[in-house]
Each structure stands twice: as structure tokens, then as C-alpha cells.
Design a protein around this ligand. Structure first.
Ligand code: FAD
Ligand code: NAG
Ligand code: NAG
Ligand code: NAG
Length: 353
């Protein structure tokens, strides 16, 4: 049986591993970091492992370029698969809810959105434009649609458990160069193909990080709400159901490696979100802060790398990294494409998915 090694146990590695496994291959995941209860994930030593620090919600980004069209298609693929997983495994950490978008200065792509276009062309379910009286002060355009959020570590731990019960193997190791894995000895036999889902990983000079600071609060929130301000800043909430609180965000700071949260930024994030959606403060009229979060989105100049590279001895590496701020949203779309690339190299043995 072909043996595939997936390097990385973030949302991309885990989704890809499950998808490939369902096609009947023996799969081993090798990674330095694995999902863990978010209460115990260590901010200082695991800051380069992005998946615990994501929101993570799915948002409408009206596509205007070919790469955005491709990402939109991947987000729809992910949406459908999330629906199926949620239905079958309610404990997976996925919640379906309304997504609300508020814009102070909408671009043409947003202003051109009609119910017809959003529903028929972009395949958004439950889409509705908000009326003026529904918009917070300063916002000139708004909409809502059906979407999903995950509690990241509940969800990623679920993916890992599914993978293990279906016979997948895991190995906790730090790797210096992914190619060394081809020389390792595994119970499942020599490695035929390596999936490089190492996120911030190493070496690719087009990779950079986009720092994000958010604040986790205990206050519940019934929808995922995103506000884009005229000055380019963002205000958002991402509910993490399954006792995970709510993420209030957030910043997007390319190439900022500061691992420490700024107390001033926390104040600004909370103040701005409360101004947009005061109901979050509840009967007590305040936020209950659990912790500040800093994460590093694995971003890539020119977009994600989803590509096969041949390696000597009829082996190959399939790269699947550089998802930036959209790793969860596009995860099953990436997994599907990784499986497609793998099929060009090794035909599937079954289809249990
Ligand atoms: C504040 C914030 C908010 C976000 N919000 C959202 C959101 O709402 N929706 C959304 O879709 N996305 C969101 N994201 C982005 C999302 O979290 C990332 O795109 C996603 O987690 C990337 O997953 P990954 O699997 O590519 O990488 P990672 O999660 O970083 O996983 C990389 C894996 O590779 C392993 N690895 C790396 N190097 C080595 C090595 N040398 N040896 C062994 N193993 C190695 C790691 O241990 C890890 O297992 C957000 C990110 C941040 C920071
Ligand atoms: C989970 O967290 C605990 C406590 O921090 C740590 O000891 C353990 O190594 C972590 N497990 C994994 C798989 O990272
Ligand atoms: C994160 O990655 C950077 C760049 O590779 C490295 O310098 C740093 O030591 C890493 N941090 C941790 C905590 O592993
Ligand atoms: C694997 O992915 C990382 C990104 O995480 C990249 O920097 C590196 O170049 C890739 N490895 C190989 C062997 O190309």
C-alpha cells in the first residue's frame, strides 16, 4: 500500500491527511506541534503553530481576480464539507450561524452585490442586504449570510482523533529539512509522497508572517460579526462555541514578529467592538477577558503554494502552505486539491469519503 507522510498537524495537514486516508492510503502525520486543549497550548513555545490562534470563521470575500475566484470556490467546497461533518459529528467543534458584514467604505465589489448575484453566482446561502436602520453608526453598507465558525482546538483535536481511529499514525518530531523524511524508517514502509503542510515552516523566501492580536472573552455572541473601517482597520467577533468564549479582533500586521500582546491594542479592540455591537456586554455591561492572543498567519507573496515537486526516485512532495488568514475557510478545498495532485502520482485505492 502506498505510504504518504503529511508534514504538519495544523488545520491544513490534518484535513489533507484525513482526505487522503479516505482514498485508501496509509498515512503518517509528522509534526512538531499537535492540537491540544486551548487552555494548555503554550503561547511562548507554540507561537509559530498558527492553528490554535485562528478565530476561526468563514467570511464572504467577493472575488474580483482569478486567484480570488479560485479561493471563493475553495471556500464553498469547505462550506459544504463542514456542513456534512457537522451533521454527522455534532461534537466536532463546528457551529453554523449568521455571518454579518459591516463596511464603512465598501469597495465596488461589495456595492455591486445583490441578493441575486450573491445567491446565484457566488452560491451564498441565506444572503440578505441589511437596511440602513440595522447598521451601526459610521457603517454605510451591511449584509448577512449563513456561515460557520469552529472552536479551533476542539475541531483540530476532532480531526486528529478521526485520523487515528481510522488507522492513521502520528509521530511528534521536529524536522530540519522535509526531504530527510524520505530516508526515515516507518512501520508503514518507505515514504512514497510527502505532503508539505508546514505552515510557517522554513526556507521559502516568499513566505512572511502577518501578525494578529485578538482578545478571548467569556461573553457569548450569537453571530460572527466583521466590521471593515474606512482607515483599513478591522473589528470582529468569532464565537468559539463548545465553551471556548468569543474572539474579539483584531490586527493584521505583516512582518511584525513581536510575540507579546499590547495592552493598548486590547483596549482598542474591545472598545471598538462594543461600539459596533453593544449587546455583547450582556446584563453586566462589561467584557470578561480570558486572555490576549498573538498569532502569525503563514502568508505567501503570490498566494498559497499548492503544487507538486518531483523528487528523485519517482517520489514527490506536494506543497500545501501559505494560507495566510484563510486556512480554516479553505481547508477542505485545499485537502481536495492535494488529493487530486496525489492522484496524478498515485491512483486512489478506494473512496470511502
Ligand atoms: C489572529 C488570527 C486569526 C485568524 N482567523 C482566521 C479565521 O477566522 N478563519 C480562517 O480561515 N483562518 C484564520 N486564521 C488563519 C489560520 O489560523 C491559518 O491560516 C491556519 O491555521 C494555517 O494552518 P496550517 O496548517 O497551514 O499551519 P499551522 O497551523 O502553523 O501548522 C503547521 C504545522 O507544521 C508543523 N511544522 C512546522 N515546521 C515544522 C518542523 N520544522 N518540523 C516539524 N513540524 C513542523 C507544525 O508543528 C504544525 O503542526 C487566523 C490566524 C490568526 C493568527
Ligand atoms: C499538550 O499540553 C501539555 C501541557 O502544556 C504538554 O505537556 C503536552 O506536551 C502537549 N501535548 C502536545 C501533543 O503538544
Ligand atoms: C518561530 O520561528 C522563528 C523563525 O523561524 C524562529 O526564529 C523562532 O525561534 C520560532 N519561535 C519559537 C518559539 O519556536
Ligand atoms: C515546505 O514548506 C515550507 C513552508 O512551510 C517551505 O518554506 C519549504 O520550502 C517547503 N519545503 C521544501 C522542501 O520545499
Amino acid at each position: 500500500m502506498p505510504h504518504i507522510v503529511v508534514l504538519g498537524a495544523g488545520v491544513i495537514g490534518l484535513s489533507s491527511a484525513l482526505w487522503i486516508q479516505a482514498e485508501g492510503h496509509a498515512v503518517t502525520i509528522v509534526a512538531r506541534d499537535f492540537p491540544n486543549g486551548s487552555e494548555t497550548v503554550d503561547a511562548a513555545s507554540q507561537i509559530n503553530y498558527t492553528s490554535p490562534w485562528g478565530g476561526a470563521h468563514n467570511r464572504l470575500v467577493p472575488p474580483t481576480t482569478a486567484p480570488e475566484e479560485r479561493e471563493h470556490a475553495m471556500s464553498l467546497r469547505t462550506f459544504d464539507h463542514m456542513r456534512a461533518v457537522h451533521k454527522r459529528y455534532p461534537e466536532a467543534g463546528i457551529t453554523f450561524m449568521k455571518g454579518i458584514e459591516y463596511l464603512e467604505a465598501p469597495s465596488e465589489a461589495y456595492r455591486a452585490l445583490t441578493v441575486e448575484k450573491a445567491t446565484k453566482q457566488l452560491k451564498m446561502q441565506g444572503f440578505r442586504l441589511l437596511r440602513n436602520e440595522e447598521l451601526p453608526k459610521g457603517v454605510t453598507w451591511g449584509c448577512e449570510y449563513d456561515t460557520w465558525c469552529v472552536n479551533p482546538m476542539v475541531y483540530c483535536s476532532f480531526l486528529l482523533r478521526r485520523f487515528a481511529i481510522l488507522g492513521g499514525k502520528v509521530l511528534k518530531r521536529e524536522v530540519r529539512d522535509p526531504r530527510e523524511i524520505f530516508n526515515w524508517k516507518f512501520e508503514a514502509g518507505p515514504v512514497d509522497t510527502l505532503i508539505n503542510a508546514s505552515g510557517n515552516g522554513f526556507g521559502d523566501e516568499n513566505m512572511f508572517i502577518t501578525r494578529g492580536q485578538t482578545c478571548l472573552v467569556a461573553n457569548p455572541c450569537p453571530a460572527t460579526i466583521t466590521r471593515q473601517n474606512a482607515d483599513g482597520s478591522w473589528t470582529f467577533s468569532v464565537p468559539r462555541n463548545f465553551d471556548g468564549g468569543t474572539i474579539i479582533g483584531g490586527t493584521k500586521e505583516p512582518n511584525n514578529w513581536d510575540p507579546n500582546p499590547s495592552p493598548q491594542v486590547r483596549e482598542t479592540l474591545l472598545r471598538n467592538f462594543a461600539a459596533t455591537y453593544p449587546q455583547i456586554l450582556g446584563a453586566e455591561g462589561k467584557f470578561t477577558v480570558m486572555k490576549d492572543i498573538v498569532g502569525r498567519r503563514p502568508t505567501r507573496k503570490g498566494g498559497m503554494r499548492l503544487k507538486t515537486e518531483s523528487v528523485e526516485g519517482n517520489k514527490c512532495i506536494i506543497h500545501a502552505y501559505g494560507l495566510g488568514g484563510r486556512g480554516y475557510e479553505l481547508s477542505w478545498g485545499v485537502a481536495d486539491q492535494v488529493a487530486g495532485l496525489l492522484t496524478e502520482h498515485i491512483p486512489p485505492r478506494s473512496s470511502k469519503l
